[in-house]
Structure formats: structure tokens, C-alpha cells
Design a protein around this ligand. Structure first.
Ligand code: OFO
Length: 168
């Protein structure tokens, strides 16, 4: 059993992960509209990753006899003015999610919920990877600057990403 505070915080994180999925779908749509199909495909994989993050918490809440209550999703941003602006906003979003996960861990520790703390450690490690993967794309875009040949080379590279469900 989980206490009310943890249950509410985890339900809130389900919404945050679904929102991340929705935001990255909006970014995927932006790249599709610009015919940057490699970036679009990379974002589509990220959408699946975020859905996986949400469902993992969904399952955990159910395993602990809690009830998942889904809330409305906020309208995601759109209309960025460059690929760099999209990736920068994604990276900032991941940093925000990292802070949310850290708050959740603090909450689990305050409530002495060791099972929730252990469960959340998966997300702590995952956020290191998430920030690194968006950060690497950001750095590459910075390197090529306004060079469109460089941008298309990155686009080709981005197309190679496939969704592999993260290890449990
Ligand atoms: Fe991108 O890690 Fe979940 O939200």
C-alpha cells in the first residue's frame, strides 16, 4: 500500500510522462512539416520512450493497490523557428523532468516509502541518459551551425534510431 501523498505524486508523474510524449509528438510533427524525416523519426521513438515511462508508473501504482486517475494533458508547444530551437526546448524539458524525479525521490524518502524510492531509482538513471541523448543532438547542431549539408548529415544519422523497450 502507498500513502496518499506518494499516490498523488506518482499519478502526477504519469501525467508528466504522457505530456512529454505529447510534446515530443508535437516536435515530431514540426520536423515532418520541414521534411527533416530523420529528426521526425528520432522524435517518434522518443514519443514511444515517454509512453513507456508513463506506463511503467501506471503499472507500479496498480501493483501497489493504488488507483491511476488520468488527468487532461496541456496543449504542447509548437511553431519553433529552427531545429536548434526544438532540440533546445526538448533538452530544457528533460532537465525539468529530472527535477520532478528528484522531488519524487525526496517525497518517497520523507514518507519512508523504500519501495517507491527503489522503483524511482530506475528513473533517476534514465534521466541521466535522457539528458545525455538530447544534449548530444544539441551539441551536434551547434557544431554545424547554419551549414545545411551538416544538418542533412545529422538528419540521416537521426533516422537510424529505433525503439528498444528499456530494460525493466
Ligand atoms: Fe524523457 O524522460 Fe520521461 O519524461
Amino acid at each position: 500500500m502507498m500513502n496518499k501523498k506518494i499516490k498523488k505524486a506518482l499519478n502526477n508523474q504519469v501525467n508528466a510522462e504522457l505530456y512529454a510524449s505529447y510534446l515530443y509528438l508535437s516536435m515530431c510533427a514540426w520536423f515532418e512539416a520541414k521534411s527533416l524525416t530523420g529528426f521526425a523519426s528520432w522524435m517518434r521513438v522518443q514519443v514511444q520512450e515517454e509512453m513507456f515511462h508513463a506506463i511503467k508508473i501506471f503499472d507500479y501504482i496498480n501493483d501497489r493497490n493504488g488507483e491511476v486517475v488520468l488527468e487532461a494533458l496541456a496543449k504542447p508547444d509548437s511553431g519553433w523557428d529552427s531545429p536548434m530551437a526544438v532540440i533546445e526546448s526538448a533538452l530544457k524539458h528533460e532537465q525539468k523532468v529530472t527535477a520532478m524525479i528528484n522531488d519524487l525521490v525526496n517525497c518517497a524518502l520523507e514518507e519512508r516509502d523504500h519501495a517507491a524510492n527503489q522503483f524511482l531509482q530506475w528513473y533517476v538513471a534514465e534521466q541521466v541518459e535522457e539528458e545525455a541523448s538530447f544534449g548530444a543532438v544539441y551539441d551536434r547542431l551547434k557544431l554545424v551551425g547554419d551549414d545545411s549539408a551538416g544538418l542533412f548529415a545529422i538528419d540521416l544519422e537521426m533516422a537510424k534510431r529505433v525503439f528498444v523497450p528499456p530494460a525493466p
